[in-house]
Design a protein. Structure first.
Length: 299
């Protein structure tokens, strides 16, 4: 998929991750615009199931072992499903820009989970970044008195985002085929969502042509292309670097929401968003400094 040159592979991987962040950022206002025409859980089910079926056909043609490492695929699927269901439902109650910024708080949870689960002590800068991001969240939502259901649901998505990124890094670097992992995730998430909709009696209908076109867009770009690129790139790029690039997602979300989405710019939300972006940048500084030190020592 990539050129044999390590430098070119690294460039393609980073460009691919920026593409994923941009395309995911565009989805917040797009999804919010059709939630009156399709149930959020059903929307998640359709987009992932369709993407999974397309990738399944490709893998069958290439005779790839689709069920290999399915337990790892199940773990990633549960985490990703726990990201998209609360995030999509949350968009019914909060703004697209708020959803993007709060989702970006996953960067604050990465050092916490690195210590609690992967036994790596966070650096001082990572702790500072976590505190700055929490301050940004408080400013963004106006404090607990103004926080709404959508904000709280989206915070759950931020937690599972961090877990998914870290477990993806662990599994992919240990040899889990990125295409097989993607296919398993897509099919399981689609199945989980549609079964949930069936159990709770949610409507399966698509109420408008626009909603159908949005589902098609979500299937092909933010789901099929972006997630495959992420998993392939994580074979090469470190999780800290991935999280720093993905920190651009809420920036793209706000840009699309304020321009194409027609949302009004609110001063305290903009300030809170800037603080969260600052936290994301701070979280990547330790890795940058380490690379500089290594380069100097190599001379």
């Amino acid at each position: 998929m990539f050129d044999r040159s390590p430098k070119l592979r690294n460039v393609f991987s980073n460009v691919g991750l920026f593409y994923a962040a941009a395309i995911w950022g565009s989805t917040f206002f797009i999804v919010k615009s059709v939630l009156d025409d399709v149930d959020p859980v059903v929307l998640v089910g359709y987009r992932f199931l369709l993407a999974g079926l397309l990738l399944f056909v490709y893998l069958k043609i290439r005779r790839r072992p689709i069920l290999k490492n399915w337990r790892r695929g199940l773990v990633l699927s549960v985490l990703l499903w726990s990201l998209y269901i609360p995030q999509t439902i949350g968009l019914k109650y909060t703004t697209a820009s708020n959803s993007g910024f709060i989702t970006g708080l996953f960067v604050a949870f990465v050092p916490v989970f690195l210590l609690a689960i992967f036994k790596r002590r966070p650096t001082l800068m990572e702790v500072i970044a976590s505190l700055v991001s929490l301050l940004g969240l408080a400013v963004l939502t106006g404090g607990m008195s103004d926080v709404n259901l959508g904000d709280m649901l989206t915070l759950i998505a931020a937690v599972t985002y961090a877990l998914h990124l870290l477990y993806t890094d662990k599994y992919i670097k240990s040899g889990f085929d990125p295409l097989v992992a993607s296919c398993q995730q897509f099919l399981m998430i689609g199945a989980f969502s549609l079964v949930t909709a069936l159990v709770f009696g949610l409507p399966f209908g698509i109420g408008s042509r626009d909603a159908g076109l949005v589902i098609l867009f979500l299937t092909l770009f933010p789901t099929l292309s972006a997630f495959v690129i992420q998993l392939v790139a994580q074979k090469i790029v470190t999780p800290v670097r991935v999280s720093l690039i993905f920190a651009m997602e809420p920036v793209f979300a706000a840009m699309f929401a304020y321009t194409l989405g027609g949302e009004a710019i609110v001063s305290h939300r903009a300030l809170g968003g800037l603080l969260i972006i600052l936290a994301m940048i701070l979280s990547g500084l330790p890795a940058v400094r380490a690379k500089i030190r290594s380069a100097r020592q190599a001379r």
